[in-house]
Design a protein. Structure first.
Length: 292
């Protein structure tokens, strides 16, 4: 760890940093073994239309279940995998898991709604990214429009041409393209201007004060209105109160992803929910339920 540190020009006076680096090294080392042992599992969080209160699609979110049963949240390991550039391995694993599940749903005649997966935006610069994802998708014969790629701008894009080429290739291949965490980090209106994306996911930071501050309500309403005019689907993330839902419904935000409707849940639970919901079509299905 001292070697890595000196390479980057740091000095480790701080025992805390040293311990953290050691923990990161351990996580890195564990990843490939964990992949082989299927310790990574995919949770699904529904996205709901506030207009109908119905689930329209979901996001796949990875968790790490250690052999001792401990569940580790992505915030603890994704940044490490990003740092050492091993994240594409995990992203592909999650993507393939989703394809396998969708294939089974289709085979069993169960409701198969679109699923989005997260990919590190580093992958957008790798030439075989689209090809790899297309091959996996084709292997499981997943129809166009059932898979969505979410990417977060964690680096400042300067080459819109390269980015747009990737977005175009993804869309040509039948993937839906989304910008995640809009409003947080580097993403800005130039992203919307420069990239031909399908979906914009507004980060929770946007909604924190929409319950109280008129200025924030106006700002969010303006952004959602403008983005909709461009034909882009809007998703509000991190929504926790019915007051927020009411507001978002009023300004015609397309979809809501938040604890107010559902938390991320294991695949079996989401599958049961979808089957239950599809059986209740035509009735006012109470989709709200606490999740564990
Ligand atoms: P994200 O892609 O923005 O996913 C949304 C995160 O917000 C999820 O956290 C979700 O559980 C959380 N969330 C949703 N609604 C609420 C709410 O109402 N309140 C609060 N407090 N949180 C809410 P999670 O599952 O911990 O994932 C964190 C991040 O880790 C994700 O943010 C994503 O950037 C990354 N991630 C997760 N799975 C993958 C993956 O397979 N590949 C990559 N590259 N990144 C992933
Ligand atoms: Mg996401
Ligand atoms: Mg993200
Ligand atoms: Mg997000």
């Amino acid at each position: 760890s001292v070697k890595a540190g000196t390479r980057e020009g740091y000095c480790f006076y701080d025992e805390g940093i040293r311990l953290q680096l050691r923990a990161e090294k351990a996580i890195e080392h564990d990843m490939e073994a964990a992949l082989r042992k299927h310790e990574f599992i995919v949770y699904y969080q529904p996205k709901v239309s506030p207009e109908s209160d119905r689930i329209t699609c979901s996001e796949a979110l990875v968790r790490w279940r250690k052999p001792d049963g401990q569940m580790i949240q992505p915030g603890q390991f994704i940044p490490v995998f990003e740092k050492n550039h091993s994240i594409p391995l995990l992203d592909r694993y999650v993507f393939e898991s989703v394809c396998i599940w969708l294939r089974r749903m289709l085979d069993e005649g169960k409701p198969a709604l679109p699923v989005s997966v997260n990919v590190s935006c580093l992958q957008f610069y790798s030439s075989d990214f689209v090809k790899t994802y297309r091959e996996i998708r084709d292997r499981y014969r997943i129809p166009r429009g059932l898979l969505e790629i979410e990417f977060t701008e964690t680096i400042l894009f300067d080459d819109w041409h390269v980015m747009n080429r990737t977005v175009k290739q993804l869309k040509d291949a039948g993937f839906i393209c989304s910008i995640d965490d809009f409003g947080k980090g580097y993403s800005s209106l130039s992203t919307v201007k420069n990239l031909d994306i399908d979906v914009l996911k507004l980060d929770a930071v946007f909604f924190q004060d929409t319950g109280t501050l008129e200025k924030d309500r106006q700002l969010v309403a303006g952004i959602i209105h403008m983005v909709r005019q461009l034909g882009i689907t809007t998703v509000a993330e991190g929504i926790e109160t019915w007051e927020q839902v009411e507001f978002l419904r009023g300004i015609r935000c397309d979809l809501i992803q938040g604890y107010v409707y559902y938390k991320p849940m294991p695949q079996e639970e989401y599958e049961a929910l979808l089957i239950n919901e599809s059986g209740e079509y035509g009735r006012d299905a109470g989709v709200r339920q606490p999740e564990g």
